[in-house]
Design a protein around this ligand. Sequence first.
Ligand SMILES: Nc1nc2c(c(=O)[nH]1)N[C@H]1C(S)=C(S)[C@@H](COP(=O)(O)O)O[C@H]1N2
Ligand SMILES: [Mo]
Length: 327
Amino acid sequence: MLIKSSQNGFYHPHASDITPQALYQSRRDLLKHLATGVAGAALASWASREAFAQSGAAALRGAKSGVAGAMTLDKLTEYKLASSYNNFYEFGTDKADPAKAAHTLKTSPWTVEVEGLVKKPARYALEDLLKLSAQEERIYRLRCVEGWSMVIPWVGYSLSELIKKVEPLGSAKYVEFVTQADPRTMPGIGSKVLDWPYVEGLRMDEAMHPLTLLSFGMYGEVLPKQNGAPVRLVVPWKYGFKSGKSLVKIRFTEKQPATAWNRTAPGEYGFFSNVNPDVDHPRWSQATERRIGEDGLFAKKRKTLMFNGYEAQVGQLYAGMDLKKLF
Ligand SMILES: Nc1nc2c(c(=O)[nH]1)N[C@H]1C(S)=C(S)[C@@H](COP(=O)(O)O)O[C@H]1N2
Ligand SMILES: [Mo]
Protein backbone atom coordinates (compact mmCIF):
# COMPACT_ATOMS: atom_id res chain seq x y z
CA MET A 1 0.00 0.00 0.00
CA LEU A 2 1.25 3.44 -0.86
CA ILE A 3 -0.60 6.51 0.29
CA LYS A 4 1.04 9.85 -0.10
CA SER A 5 -2.01 11.89 0.74
CA SER A 6 -4.38 10.33 3.22
CA GLN A 7 -7.20 12.68 2.39
CA ASN A 8 -8.92 14.21 -0.51
CA GLY A 9 -5.89 14.48 -2.75
CA PHE A 10 -7.47 13.24 -5.94
CA TYR A 11 -6.32 15.08 -9.04
CA HIS A 12 -5.65 14.46 -12.65
CA PRO A 13 -2.09 14.97 -13.83
CA HIS A 14 -2.55 17.71 -16.38
CA ALA A 15 -0.90 18.24 -19.75
CA SER A 16 -0.21 14.57 -20.12
CA ASP A 17 -2.13 11.59 -21.28
CA ILE A 18 0.21 9.23 -19.51
CA THR A 19 -2.05 8.94 -16.50
CA PRO A 20 -1.69 6.38 -13.75
CA GLN A 21 -4.79 4.79 -15.29
CA ALA A 22 -3.08 4.49 -18.65
CA LEU A 23 -0.22 2.91 -16.79
CA TYR A 24 -2.65 0.61 -15.11
CA GLN A 25 -4.08 -0.69 -18.36
CA SER A 26 -0.61 -0.99 -19.87
CA ARG A 27 0.54 -3.08 -16.94
CA ARG A 28 -2.36 -5.43 -17.51
CA ASP A 29 -1.48 -5.58 -21.18
CA LEU A 30 2.12 -6.29 -20.22
CA LEU A 31 1.08 -9.12 -17.95
CA LYS A 32 -0.91 -10.57 -20.83
CA HIS A 33 2.14 -10.21 -23.11
CA LEU A 34 4.34 -11.88 -20.53
CA ALA A 35 1.87 -14.71 -20.28
CA THR A 36 1.98 -15.20 -24.04
CA GLY A 37 5.74 -14.65 -24.26
CA VAL A 38 5.85 -11.43 -26.29
CA ALA A 39 6.93 -8.89 -23.66
CA GLY A 40 9.89 -7.28 -25.43
CA ALA A 41 9.95 -3.49 -25.72
CA ALA A 42 6.75 -3.08 -23.73
CA LEU A 43 8.81 -3.55 -20.59
CA ALA A 44 10.92 -0.39 -20.98
CA SER A 45 7.98 1.90 -21.62
CA TRP A 46 6.10 0.29 -18.79
CA ALA A 47 8.99 1.00 -16.38
CA SER A 48 9.09 4.68 -17.29
CA ARG A 49 5.36 5.03 -16.89
CA GLU A 50 5.59 3.34 -13.52
CA ALA A 51 8.12 5.98 -12.43
CA PHE A 52 5.75 8.69 -13.61
CA ALA A 53 2.80 7.21 -11.80
CA GLN A 54 4.67 7.06 -8.54
CA SER A 55 4.98 10.83 -8.55
CA GLY A 56 1.19 11.01 -8.30
CA ALA A 57 0.02 12.39 -4.97
CA ALA A 58 -2.93 10.12 -4.52
CA ALA A 59 -1.73 6.62 -5.33
CA LEU A 60 -3.42 3.82 -3.44
CA ARG A 61 -2.20 0.37 -4.33
CA GLY A 62 -3.30 -3.00 -3.16
CA ALA A 63 -1.87 -6.49 -3.52
CA LYS A 64 -3.71 -8.69 -5.98
CA SER A 65 -6.56 -10.31 -4.07
CA GLY A 66 -6.59 -14.00 -3.30
CA VAL A 67 -10.31 -14.02 -2.52
CA ALA A 68 -12.19 -16.47 -4.76
CA GLY A 69 -13.91 -14.65 -7.61
CA ALA A 70 -12.25 -11.31 -6.86
CA MET A 71 -10.18 -10.97 -10.04
CA THR A 72 -12.39 -11.23 -13.10
CA LEU A 73 -10.48 -11.23 -16.38
CA ASP A 74 -13.11 -9.13 -18.16
CA LYS A 75 -11.65 -6.14 -19.98
CA LEU A 76 -11.41 -3.13 -17.68
CA THR A 77 -13.70 -0.20 -18.28
CA GLU A 78 -11.67 2.85 -19.24
CA TYR A 79 -10.89 4.97 -16.20
CA LYS A 80 -12.29 8.03 -17.96
CA LEU A 81 -15.67 6.37 -18.37
CA ALA A 82 -15.74 4.87 -14.88
CA SER A 83 -15.14 8.33 -13.42
CA SER A 84 -17.47 10.33 -15.66
CA TYR A 85 -20.57 8.14 -16.04
CA ASN A 86 -21.86 7.86 -12.50
CA ASN A 87 -24.89 7.54 -10.30
CA PHE A 88 -24.51 9.69 -7.20
CA TYR A 89 -27.81 11.48 -6.74
CA GLU A 90 -26.44 13.72 -4.01
CA PHE A 91 -24.74 15.52 -6.92
CA GLY A 92 -27.56 15.36 -9.45
CA THR A 93 -29.47 12.70 -11.35
CA ASP A 94 -27.72 12.98 -14.71
CA LYS A 95 -24.88 10.50 -15.28
CA ALA A 96 -22.55 13.40 -16.03
CA ASP A 97 -23.49 15.46 -12.94
CA PRO A 98 -21.33 13.80 -10.25
CA ALA A 99 -18.06 14.27 -12.18
CA LYS A 100 -18.91 17.96 -12.61
CA ALA A 101 -20.27 18.69 -9.16
CA ALA A 102 -18.59 16.35 -6.65
CA HIS A 103 -15.48 18.50 -6.27
CA THR A 104 -17.31 20.33 -3.45
CA LEU A 105 -17.45 17.17 -1.32
CA LYS A 106 -15.16 17.64 1.64
CA THR A 107 -13.50 14.29 2.31
CA SER A 108 -11.08 15.39 5.01
CA PRO A 109 -11.43 15.16 7.93
CA TRP A 110 -13.69 12.12 7.63
CA THR A 111 -14.91 9.73 10.26
CA VAL A 112 -16.93 6.54 10.07
CA GLU A 113 -18.97 5.60 13.11
CA VAL A 114 -19.65 1.96 13.88
CA GLU A 115 -22.57 1.54 16.24
CA GLY A 116 -25.61 -0.49 17.22
CA LEU A 117 -25.50 -4.13 18.27
CA VAL A 118 -21.73 -4.52 18.70
CA LYS A 119 -19.51 -5.17 21.66
CA LYS A 120 -17.02 -2.53 20.58
CA PRO A 121 -18.62 0.51 18.98
CA ALA A 122 -15.99 2.74 17.41
CA ARG A 123 -15.42 6.00 15.65
CA TYR A 124 -12.74 5.60 12.99
CA ALA A 125 -10.84 8.47 11.48
CA LEU A 126 -10.38 7.67 7.79
CA GLU A 127 -6.62 7.33 8.30
CA ASP A 128 -7.19 4.58 10.87
CA LEU A 129 -9.82 2.85 8.78
CA LEU A 130 -7.38 2.74 5.86
CA LYS A 131 -4.84 0.95 8.02
CA LEU A 132 -7.20 -1.49 9.65
CA SER A 133 -6.35 -4.21 7.15
CA ALA A 134 -4.07 -4.72 4.14
CA GLN A 135 -5.31 -3.06 0.95
CA GLU A 136 -6.16 -5.47 -1.85
CA GLU A 137 -6.98 -4.96 -5.47
CA ARG A 138 -10.21 -6.57 -6.67
CA ILE A 139 -11.48 -6.45 -10.22
CA TYR A 140 -15.26 -6.54 -10.03
CA ARG A 141 -18.11 -6.28 -12.48
CA LEU A 142 -20.57 -3.61 -11.37
CA ARG A 143 -24.09 -4.04 -12.78
CA CYS A 144 -26.46 -1.11 -12.45
CA VAL A 145 -30.17 -1.84 -12.06
CA GLU A 146 -30.79 0.44 -15.07
CA GLY A 147 -29.09 -2.03 -17.42
CA TRP A 148 -25.46 -0.97 -17.82
CA SER A 149 -22.30 -2.45 -16.38
CA MET A 150 -18.63 -1.68 -15.88
CA VAL A 151 -15.50 -3.56 -14.82
CA ILE A 152 -13.48 -1.69 -12.23
CA PRO A 153 -10.27 -2.47 -10.32
CA TRP A 154 -11.13 -1.43 -6.78
CA VAL A 155 -8.74 -1.07 -3.87
CA GLY A 156 -9.86 -1.93 -0.36
CA TYR A 157 -10.37 -4.85 1.97
CA SER A 158 -13.21 -7.16 2.95
CA LEU A 159 -15.80 -5.47 5.13
CA SER A 160 -15.63 -8.60 7.30
CA GLU A 161 -12.22 -7.39 8.58
CA LEU A 162 -13.90 -4.36 10.14
CA ILE A 163 -16.89 -6.37 11.36
CA LYS A 164 -14.65 -8.84 13.20
CA LYS A 165 -12.91 -5.96 14.99
CA VAL A 166 -16.13 -4.51 16.44
CA GLU A 167 -17.56 -7.89 17.54
CA PRO A 168 -21.26 -7.93 16.64
CA LEU A 169 -23.66 -9.27 19.27
CA GLY A 170 -25.64 -12.43 18.59
CA SER A 171 -28.75 -10.27 18.12
CA ALA A 172 -27.22 -8.40 15.17
CA LYS A 173 -28.88 -9.74 12.02
CA TYR A 174 -28.37 -6.87 9.56
CA VAL A 175 -25.94 -4.09 8.80
CA GLU A 176 -27.15 -0.62 7.85
CA PHE A 177 -24.94 1.74 5.84
CA VAL A 178 -25.58 5.46 6.15
CA THR A 179 -23.92 7.82 3.70
CA GLN A 180 -23.01 11.49 3.84
CA ALA A 181 -25.87 13.99 3.46
CA ASP A 182 -24.49 17.50 3.62
CA PRO A 183 -26.67 20.11 1.92
CA ARG A 184 -23.79 22.62 1.85
CA THR A 185 -21.54 20.44 -0.29
CA MET A 186 -24.05 18.18 -2.03
CA PRO A 187 -26.36 20.13 -4.36
CA GLY A 188 -28.63 17.12 -5.03
CA ILE A 189 -29.68 16.93 -1.38
CA GLY A 190 -32.07 19.80 -2.11
CA SER A 191 -34.08 17.59 -4.44
CA LYS A 192 -36.90 15.36 -3.29
CA VAL A 193 -35.90 12.44 -5.51
CA LEU A 194 -34.86 10.43 -2.45
CA ASP A 195 -35.36 10.80 1.28
CA TRP A 196 -31.82 11.62 2.42
CA PRO A 197 -29.49 10.33 3.69
CA TYR A 198 -28.98 7.53 1.17
CA VAL A 199 -29.19 4.39 3.28
CA GLU A 200 -28.41 0.83 2.27
CA GLY A 201 -28.30 -2.48 4.07
CA LEU A 202 -27.12 -6.08 3.96
CA ARG A 203 -27.99 -9.23 5.86
CA MET A 204 -25.17 -10.19 8.23
CA ASP A 205 -24.01 -13.16 6.15
CA GLU A 206 -23.87 -10.93 3.05
CA ALA A 207 -21.89 -8.29 4.92
CA MET A 208 -19.47 -10.96 6.16
CA HIS A 209 -18.97 -12.50 2.71
CA PRO A 210 -15.33 -12.03 1.64
CA LEU A 211 -16.37 -10.47 -1.70
CA THR A 212 -18.10 -7.56 0.08
CA LEU A 213 -15.54 -4.81 -0.21
CA LEU A 214 -14.94 -1.67 1.78
CA SER A 215 -13.28 0.40 -0.92
CA PHE A 216 -10.98 3.41 -0.73
CA GLY A 217 -9.57 3.47 -4.23
CA MET A 218 -9.77 2.40 -7.85
CA TYR A 219 -7.27 2.01 -10.70
CA GLY A 220 -4.40 2.32 -8.22
CA GLU A 221 -5.51 5.71 -6.88
CA VAL A 222 -7.71 7.01 -4.09
CA LEU A 223 -11.38 7.11 -5.12
CA PRO A 224 -12.49 10.06 -7.20
CA LYS A 225 -15.18 11.95 -5.31
CA GLN A 226 -17.81 11.07 -7.92
CA ASN A 227 -17.14 7.38 -7.24
CA GLY A 228 -17.80 7.69 -3.52
CA ALA A 229 -14.69 9.07 -1.83
CA PRO A 230 -13.28 8.62 0.64
CA VAL A 231 -14.84 5.23 1.43
CA ARG A 232 -17.68 3.23 -0.11
CA LEU A 233 -19.07 -0.25 -0.29
CA VAL A 234 -18.84 -2.54 -3.33
CA VAL A 235 -21.11 -5.59 -3.35
CA PRO A 236 -20.45 -7.13 -6.77
CA TRP A 237 -23.30 -9.65 -6.98
CA LYS A 238 -25.99 -7.03 -6.27
CA TYR A 239 -27.31 -4.16 -8.35
CA GLY A 240 -25.06 -1.13 -8.08
CA PHE A 241 -27.36 0.88 -5.83
CA LYS A 242 -26.58 -1.48 -2.94
CA SER A 243 -22.99 -0.17 -3.01
CA GLY A 244 -23.36 3.01 -0.95
CA LYS A 245 -20.91 5.84 -1.54
CA SER A 246 -19.23 8.17 0.95
CA LEU A 247 -20.09 6.14 4.05
CA VAL A 248 -20.34 7.84 7.43
CA LYS A 249 -22.08 5.25 9.58
CA ILE A 250 -22.23 1.47 9.83
CA ARG A 251 -24.92 0.27 12.19
CA PHE A 252 -25.68 -3.26 13.34
CA THR A 253 -29.39 -3.97 13.77
CA GLU A 254 -31.82 -6.72 14.58
CA LYS A 255 -34.41 -5.60 12.03
CA GLN A 256 -33.97 -5.27 8.29
CA PRO A 257 -32.94 -1.66 7.60
CA ALA A 258 -35.27 0.61 5.64
CA THR A 259 -33.18 1.42 2.58
CA ALA A 260 -33.53 4.60 0.53
CA TRP A 261 -34.59 3.02 -2.76
CA ASN A 262 -36.82 0.43 -1.15
CA ARG A 263 -38.71 3.13 0.73
CA THR A 264 -39.06 5.25 -2.41
CA ALA A 265 -40.30 2.47 -4.71
CA PRO A 266 -40.76 -0.84 -2.86
CA GLY A 267 -42.32 -2.53 -5.89
CA GLU A 268 -39.23 -1.78 -7.98
CA TYR A 269 -36.27 -2.10 -5.62
CA GLY A 270 -36.24 -4.92 -3.11
CA PHE A 271 -33.99 -5.25 -0.10
CA PHE A 272 -31.90 -8.04 -1.62
CA SER A 273 -31.52 -6.73 -5.18
CA ASN A 274 -29.32 -9.59 -6.27
CA VAL A 275 -28.47 -9.35 -9.95
CA ASN A 276 -30.87 -11.81 -11.57
CA PRO A 277 -31.57 -12.07 -15.31
CA ASP A 278 -34.77 -14.03 -14.60
CA VAL A 279 -36.42 -11.40 -12.41
CA ASP A 280 -37.37 -8.35 -14.43
CA HIS A 281 -37.69 -4.85 -13.09
CA PRO A 282 -41.41 -3.97 -13.38
CA ARG A 283 -40.57 -1.46 -16.13
CA TRP A 284 -37.81 -3.29 -18.03
CA SER A 285 -36.09 -6.63 -18.56
CA GLN A 286 -32.94 -7.50 -16.63
CA ALA A 287 -31.91 -10.29 -19.03
CA THR A 288 -29.27 -8.23 -20.83
CA GLU A 289 -26.94 -5.33 -20.16
CA ARG A 290 -24.73 -2.85 -21.95
CA ARG A 291 -21.08 -2.82 -20.95
CA ILE A 292 -20.09 0.84 -20.89
CA GLY A 293 -17.46 1.62 -23.52
CA GLU A 294 -17.87 -1.70 -25.30
CA ASP A 295 -21.47 -2.48 -26.23
CA GLY A 296 -23.45 -0.24 -28.58
CA LEU A 297 -25.55 2.58 -27.24
CA PHE A 298 -28.78 1.50 -28.85
CA ALA A 299 -28.51 -2.26 -28.60
CA LYS A 300 -28.23 -4.10 -25.30
CA LYS A 301 -25.98 -6.94 -26.23
CA ARG A 302 -24.64 -8.80 -23.30
CA LYS A 303 -26.45 -11.48 -21.31
CA THR A 304 -26.69 -10.65 -17.65
CA LEU A 305 -25.33 -13.42 -15.45
CA MET A 306 -27.01 -14.83 -12.35
CA PHE A 307 -25.62 -13.02 -9.31
CA ASN A 308 -23.63 -10.95 -11.82
CA GLY A 309 -21.38 -13.96 -12.42
CA TYR A 310 -20.61 -14.59 -8.75
CA GLU A 311 -23.04 -17.50 -8.31
CA ALA A 312 -20.31 -19.99 -7.36
CA GLN A 313 -19.24 -17.71 -4.52
CA VAL A 314 -22.58 -16.43 -3.18
CA GLY A 315 -25.33 -18.74 -4.46
CA GLN A 316 -25.46 -20.73 -1.23
CA LEU A 317 -26.35 -17.60 0.76
CA TYR A 318 -29.78 -17.76 -0.88
CA ALA A 319 -30.44 -21.50 -0.84
CA GLY A 320 -34.15 -22.17 -0.34
CA MET A 321 -35.17 -18.55 -0.87
CA ASP A 322 -37.76 -17.63 -3.49
CA LEU A 323 -35.75 -15.01 -5.37
CA LYS A 324 -38.81 -13.89 -7.34
CA LYS A 325 -40.53 -12.85 -4.13
CA LEU A 326 -37.42 -11.77 -2.23
CA PHE A 327 -36.02 -9.73 -5.12
N1 LIG B 1 -24.58 7.72 -1.64
C1 LIG B 1 -24.89 7.18 -2.83
N2 LIG B 1 -24.37 5.99 -3.16
C2 LIG B 1 -24.67 5.43 -4.36
C3 LIG B 1 -25.55 6.07 -5.26
C4 LIG B 1 -26.10 7.33 -4.88
O1 LIG B 1 -26.87 7.97 -5.61
N3 LIG B 1 -25.74 7.85 -3.65
N4 LIG B 1 -25.85 5.47 -6.48
C5 LIG B 1 -25.70 3.99 -6.55
C6 LIG B 1 -25.85 3.46 -7.88
S1 LIG B 1 -27.43 3.48 -8.51
C7 LIG B 1 -24.82 2.88 -8.57
S2 LIG B 1 -25.09 2.10 -10.06
C8 LIG B 1 -23.44 2.96 -8.06
C9 LIG B 1 -22.55 3.60 -9.12
O2 LIG B 1 -21.20 3.60 -8.74
P1 LIG B 1 -20.09 4.21 -9.71
O3 LIG B 1 -20.50 5.59 -10.05
O4 LIG B 1 -18.81 4.17 -8.95
O5 LIG B 1 -20.06 3.34 -10.93
O6 LIG B 1 -23.33 3.73 -6.86
C10 LIG B 1 -24.38 3.53 -5.93
N5 LIG B 1 -24.09 4.22 -4.69
MO1 LIG C 1 -27.42 1.98 -10.29
